[in-house]
Design a protein around this ligand. Sequence first.
Ligand SMILES: Nc1ncnc2c1ncn2[C@@H]1O[C@H](COP(=O)(O)OP(=O)(O)OP(=O)(O)O)[C@@H](O)[C@H]1O
Length: 261
Amino acid sequence: MSLLDVQGLGISFGGLKAVNDVSFKVSPGEIVSVIGPNGAGKTTLFNMISGVYQPGRGSVSLNGTEVTGIAPNRLAEMGLSRTFQNLQIFQELTVLDNVLAGYHLSERGSVWADLLSLPGMRRRAAEARQGARKLLERVRLDKAAEQVAGNLSYGALKRLEIARALALNPKILLLDEPAAGCNAVETEEIDHLIAELAASGIAILLVEHDMKLVMRISNHIVVLDHGEKIAEGDPATVSRDPAVIAAYLGTEEEEPAHADG
Ligand SMILES: Nc1ncnc2c1ncn2[C@@H]1O[C@H](COP(=O)(O)OP(=O)(O)OP(=O)(O)O)[C@@H](O)[C@H]1O
């Protein structure tokens, strides 16, 4: 059984079918990328899968349970976490506290309330701090734990955003342009991190404009154009697909790189 099963998903804004009848599946440990020219519907699709938008049509199932339109914090508790294109980092908090904020997204109160209340709560807060430090090790930010997040490089902030999304121990992670704005070295760090997360069994659903990154790390690629799925398959198949090449040639964007080139 697939971990994520998207069936016939669609939504319209006014008369515009932003996403129309899109279906695909993601298995544990698999890296699936959604690509397509600007305005193809990638972010809208992500927003429907992660509960930010209520789909107009179709269904989303997580581990066999239908979760269509369920609120993002509830989905996070059920094992689906996401990052956003625009960083959702608290710049003035420390790196560690930003990850702790991820633990408390789905709970009432805050870590500060926990620290000041009952012993059981205090123990829970201590466990959360320990967990947060482990996550920072995983994204190679453990040495920066006590730094103010605003002082981090852009690539480090992107990894911090991923650490935050990992706080609730997701089974599937949706990454919206994790390498956007990153230089070549930072992109490579993100590349390694995504591969490591997938190797640990987490399913990855990725929207990314960096075609070299997509072609390098994806097991499966879903291509959207004008809201429709026009192709899907492994990187080599997709990069040779005439419909995909035509969709990219019609735009200013980088063409899909050939997976074997
Ligand atoms: N909230 C909204 N209201 C109206 N139209 C919207 C809304 N969100 C997206 N759209 C439209 O839906 C279409 C798909 O947009 P979307 O942002 O999902 O594309 P995208 O593939 O993520 O593009 P990009 O690569 O530029 O991020 C576009 O025509 C966009 O203008």
